[in-house]
Design a protein around this ligand. Sequence first.
Ligand code: C2E
Ligand code: MG
Ligand code: MG
Length: 615
Amino acid sequence: TLCIMDRAPRELVENDRETLRVLAQQVMAQLDLRRQYRLLAASSRESRSSRKLLAALSHNVPGVIYQYRLYPDGHSSFPFASEGMWSIYEVTPEQVAEDASIVFSRLHPDDLDVVSAEIRESAQNLTPWQQDFRVVLPLQGERWRRGNAQPEWLEDGSVLWHGFITDVTDYKRVEQRVHQLAYFDTLTGLPNRVVVMNRLEDQLAQAARTDACGALLFVDLDNFKQVNDARGHRIGDRILLEVAARLASGAGPEECVARVGGDEFVVLMAAQAADREDAARRAMLRAEEIRQRLSGRMDVEGQRYKVTASIGIAVYPCGRDGIDDVIREADTAMYRAKRNGPNEIAFFEPHMQQEVAERLELEQELEEALRSGQLQLHVQPQRSLRSGLVGAEVLVRWKHPVRGMIPPSQFIPIAEDSGQIIRLGEFVLRGACLVLAQLQQVGVPCSLSVNVSPAQFLDPRFVRQVRQALEESGARGDGLVLEVTEGLLIRDLESTIRRMKELTSRGVRFSVDDFGTGYSNLGYLQALPLHELKVDKRFVAGIGRSAGDEAIVRTIISMARLLSLHLVAEGVETEAQASFLDLEGCEVIQGYLVSHPQPIQSWLHALLNPSKASA
Ligand code: C2E
Ligand code: MG
Ligand code: MG
């Protein structure tokens, strides 16, 4: 100001105060600008140093620090990423500043979906994203990453995460190693006792939930100690390795094969059997198979060894049902096998062993029966109280060369479990259709009913089987009635309807056998293309004796009438039962009152030669 005043002419200074005032104002403004500039300079120094700080931090902190933004249209970018982006994803921050997709292409294919899902969830709930996942990088290959980020919602609907990702590959390796040591046997790599205990606990819970059964097998090598002592541990280890491999190679997907001691192995079969008998049967088959596998030649270092094992089996659930109980039972059974051994199999419950052995024997004999014509067909006529013979049910019989007649209730379940029911069913269908063709040829209006068990109906070959039997015999489908059970019908209603229709389109009719004993539901009765209900003989037997049974019979009769279904009462033994049924409106009866089941050929003969007819 002084300088301006000095140089200004005196008169001006004196005369023009106004100018002086303006000048003074300008000077003041200059001064203010300078102050502001100084402030600005200070703040820019500050921001330079915080940028430096961020750079130093992100440079020295392992991994990458980043901001990841997901836009409402689904596209995403990394608005900020530190240099560490390269070590984590092998991309530069610039490469992903606008578009993050290359990062996702670096994720391990097996982890991509779950990472995407977790990010979506974090965005939806604005919860922190924390995840371990694998990447596959061009230079480093497969590595483990651990991500942490905090989401923030932005005005435009984007979500912005602030976070960091680090390399945890070494940590993961150690973790895996610790896991391996804790849960797996070092020699064979099989799961150890801890795993078996955990799995058994799970399976017992599963069994309790689903009413299913399973089995635990203890497999103890015979005389292994002698081999170990005589030949040394190296040979012993090689044998154990081979045994482990053979046990594991026969394991089903739900099975757990473990090594629980020196020469002790365990096979835990999952709770998937329908009942204890079924579980016992499967366990026996598996034990036999193990015996077979172990018996194959075992060469170690040029020497051949013979390996056998004693196998103890416990079926669970077993009543008390702690894991310890099941293990104790399998152990006890194994010691019994050892006592009887070598190379023996024993069940904890001896009677079970007997039953299973018997069943397996029958299964083998049934194979022979199917081949050599020991199975025969019988029929039992169905008579209308008004018009006489209207149909007949075909019943299979097994004439065993040593055991004599074996009732179907004994061998049909075995055939169902073993899969033999398919061939057995085919045999019955073919025989029935051949007889049906003969009846149709001479114009006898008599239908033939054939029992179809659930396993048979559910088999994909079933529809073709029926069609073939009809075509090969020349019988018309409208004379064939297939008897199915209630339980089967509701299993998968849609596919059941589809398959039934494939056959009803050829005239084949369906009947519900043993009606009233299973799942009675009017809904399904209406939905299915059914022709007939068969009142179960249990209710018929109660006629005249039990008001409850009589009420059920009446209900079934009126139900059939309402749904326009044909009706047959089975197991009718007395005139009193027949007249009750007649009075209530069920006129077709089957049972000893009409005739016992008889061989199909003699029945056919009598029918076609009425002069000698007796039935
Ligand atoms: P189901 O289909 O309910 O057959 C009726 C059963 O009752 C037959 O026993 C028959 O002999 C018996 N029965 C007939 N009349 C009377 C009577 O007045 N009183 C009494 N108490 N019983 C009578 P069976 O022949 O022993 O057959 C038993 C079951 O075996 C059949 O029950 C059926 O479910 C099954 N079955 C028989 N043959 C076959 C077949 O070829 N295939 C399939 N899958 N199952 C069959
Ligand atoms: Mg039947
Ligand atoms: Mg029946």
